[in-house]
Each structure stands twice: as C-alpha cells, then as structure tokens.
Design a protein around this ligand. Structure first.
Ligand code: B4P
Length: 183
C-alpha cells in the first residue's frame, strides 16, 4: 500500500513525478493545484475564491484546501493508496492531515522532498509559462515556499517519514531515485 506525499518548491517536479508514479502504481494522484485550477476553470465558488490567491502566488487559505482534501480522501478509490501532490503546504495543513488520516484509519504515509535549487526552478517555470508562471509571481511563490512550506521538512524529518531526493537531474533519474528511496 503506497501513501506518498510530495514536497518541494514550485517547479520542483512534484506534479510530473507524482503523475508518473501514480500511473505506474495505479493509485490516485491527488494534486491540490490541479483541483484548484479545475475549480477556477469552471468558476465554482471555491475556484472564484482561490483565484485571487493563485494569481498573486499566495497560498489559498488552509480551511478551503483542507475541506477539499478531506472530501477527496474520503472517496472509495483511495483505499488502494494515493499520492498527494502540493498538500500539505503549511504546518497547519500537515497537522490537519495527520488527524484526518488517523480518523480515516489510513496509516504509513511517507514523504518525498524534491530538492532543486531556486535558479533551476525559476528557469523551468518560466519555460512552462502557465498563468501563474510570470517572473514576479514565481518569486513570490518561492518566498511563500520558504516561509510556509520549507518548515515541513523538519516537521516530517523529526517523525522519520522523510526521504530527500535530488530533483535536479533528468526526469527518469528522479523517478528511479524516488522509487529506490521508497521501496
Ligand atoms: P501547484 O499546482 O502545486 O504548482 P507547482 O508547485 O508550481 O508545481 P510542481 O512542483 O508540481 O511542478 P511541475 O511538476 O509541474 O500549485 C499552484 C498554486 O496552487 C500554488 O501557488 C497555490 O496558490 C495553490 N495551491 C496548491 N496547493 C495548495 C495548498 N495545499 N495550499 C494552499 N494553496 C495551494 O514541474 C514544473 C515544470 O518543470 C514542468 O514544466 C516540468 O516539465 C518541468 N520539470 C519537472 N521535472 C523536471 C526535470 N527533472 N528536469 C527538467 N524539467 C523538469
């Protein structure tokens, strides 16, 4: 049973690797960024609220994302395992997730942190050119990552759930390193 959380700065390759591994293991890939972008595209009440934050490179408020993740993790397909990509992103979200997984009796989650230097992620995101990939917004997302998300590395390493993987190599080599780390 694989229950995996991907951490790392924006553009570290969380989405890319999570999708690859989820396809391979045939388990759901749960990306909070993708769910929010779908909500935004369909202009749902959640999407309208989230857009203000995403356009500026800020995090969407915890309670909105937490409700969304709770709803998703309660679906039946998660019984075979899951990969969470982009959640948690704050210590509050991590502690919410811990309680939620206890409540749902889903245990044994492991965490992979993709380590990539800032200049490399900025280059990748500028090349990708998504709506929130302009240089100003990328810089803001990196600042937010440092202040809000990077503390999760300590949070999970103190619980001995963390694997650090070098994300600054070819897509294939990153996948091999992740697979080795978690097997
Ligand atoms: P996300 O959708 O999670 O976006 P990301 O962090 O930029 O992407 P990721 O690291 O997955 O990079 P990718 O694989 O695509 O979040 C977007 C926004 O949603 C956030 O800013 C926030 O506003 C909101 N949000 C999401 N979750 C939230 C939460 N929990 N709480 C609050 N707000 C939340 O890779 C990027 C590029 O690099 C791609 O073009 C890829 O092809 C390339 N690439 C990947 N690996 C490579 C490699 N090894 N070599 C070369 N290129 C590579």
């Amino acid at each position: 049973m694989t229950r995996l959380i991907f951490l790392g700065p924006p553009g570290a390759g969380k989405g890319t690797q999570a999708k690859e591994l989820a396809d391979h293991l045939q388990i759901p890939h749960i990306s909070t960024g993708d769910i929010l972008r779908q909500a935004l595209k369909h202009q749902t009440p959640l999407g309208i609220k989230a857009q203000i934050y995403m356009d500026k490179g800020e995090l969407v408020p915890d309670h909105l994302v937490q409700d969304m993740v709770e709803e998703r993790l309660k679906q039946a397909d998660t019984e075979s395992g899951w990969i969470l990509d982009g959640f948690p992103r704050t210590v509050q979200q991590a502690s919410f997730l811990q309680s939620l997984l206890q409540k749902l009796e889903q245990r044994g989650e492991r965490v992979v942190n993709l380590d990539v230097p800032d200049d490399v992620v900025v280059g990748r995101l500028l090349e990708r050119g998504r709506k929130d990939d302009s240089e100003d917004v990328i810089r803001r997302r990196l600042e937010v990552y440092r202040s809000e998300t990077a503390p999760l590395i300590d949070y999970y390493s103190s619980r001995e759930q963390l694997f650090i993987v070098n994300g600054n190599q070819s897509l294939e080599d990153v996948t091999v390193e992740i697979t080795k780390a978690i097997s």
